[in-house]
Design a protein. Structure first.
Length: 336
């Protein structure tokens, strides 16, 4: 298809029309400290160009941090499943790295054994992505192949220009909202072409070793990189809770409810075994397990189609030690 143009006014009309069509429209909203979170927006919402990655990934709309699975009466006399809200969701302004995270979660939850709660939320949803024109301070999407332009999995891809957005492409599911737009003007296309021609200069590699470093497998278990990183990791689990491709969870009972909540493989309790003992009793073993989970194509390549890391940089933002991706790839390169 030929690229089309969506003005800022047209964008506001788009979000209003989505809401009128029954969608819960969620978009990046600035919070008091200056951070962004995806939240339901009203009629006067305007998308902020250049906003940094939201604190929590937008895919949380389909796989929330915590949810009730079922409730039960005292004594277990009756059990009532708690189904998710069936209202379709429109995520607007998703960054390409987070879109890649949603694509990976789709492959995990919607193949082999289907997670019905995820499927119900994902069904009839729309994901409208906003291409990045400004590099993140911690992100490295160019090295992971997930940005700065969205490649797959979106229902519409918007590229920001001075007076609106170029609609680079859209899916059949979203065509009613975009097919009536006029073609993008030559000056708009020139802006897009100029941006592409300047890559990768404007998005210089964010990790040591660049794409080749990312594509390589994690070091051997005997590598000195692991104790180096483990001494800097506090095993707090923060990087797991904000990762767009982490899906591990725990379940527990609370006040007549059976709850599923996100869990972290960096926490010691995650690896406890029934009857005592642990699969990974040390912080170094747990850190190595997490890095291999995100950065080994041999482990996840066949099922997920790629390494689960999408280069969003959130784990580096939240790390209170120095076990960041830059530290990992830097030490890995130094010890090759």
């Amino acid at each position: 298809m030929s690229e089309r143009f969506l003005s800022h006014e047209g964008f506001r009309d788009l979000t209003q029309n989505l809401a009128r069509d029954g969608f819960c429209v969620r978009a990046p909203c600035q919070q008091a400290p200056g951070d962004f979170l995806f939240a339901e927006v009203g009629e006067d919402f305007a998308l902020a160009d250049g906003y940094p990655n939201s604190i929590m990934p937008p895919g949380e709309a389909f796989y929330p941090q915590e949810e009730e699975i079922f409730s039960y009466a005292p004594g277990g006399a009756s059990v009532k499943p708690t189904l998710p809200d069936h209202q379709p969701i429109a995520l607007v302004g998703v960054r390409p790295c987070d879109l890649a995270g949603i694509v990976l979660m789709d492959r995990f939850f919607l193949s082999d054994v289907i997670y019905e709660r995820y499927r119900l939320r994902r069904k009839n949803s729309l994901v409208i992505v906003l291409d990045c024109t400004t590099p993140c301070k911690k992100g490295f999407c160019l090295d992971t192949g997930t940005g700065p332009l969205a490649r797959e999995g979106f229902d519409a891809a918007l590229f920001p220009v001075s007076d609106g957005f170029i609609v680079r492409d859209f899916s059949r599911k979203a065509e009613n909202h975009f097919k009536i737009l006029a073609p993008a003007r030559p000056e708009h296309l020139k802006t897009l072409e100029g941006f592409v021609s300047r890559l990768p200069g404007e998005f210089s590699s964010r990790i040591p070793g660049s794409q080749a470093g990312f594509d390589s497998e994690p070091p051997a278990k005997s590598s000195l990189a692991w104790p180096y990183l483990a001494r800097r990791c506090f095993s707090c689990g923060g990087c797991c809770y904000i990762c767009p491709t982490c899906y591990c969870h725990n379940t527990f009972e609370r006040d007549g409810s059976f709850i599923r909540e996100r869990d972290s493989c960096l926490l010691s309790g995650y690896h406890w075994l029934t009857g005592g003992g642990s699969l990974r009793p040390t912080g170094e073993e747990r850190l190595q397990y997490r890095k291999e989970c995100k950065l080994s194509g041999a482990i996840h390549g066949k099922r997920m189609g790629r390494k689960p890391c999408v280069g969003c940089g959130r784990c580096s933002w939240t790390c209170i030690g120095y076990a960041t991706m830059k530290a990992y790839f830097g030490k890995k390169e130094a010890l090759q």
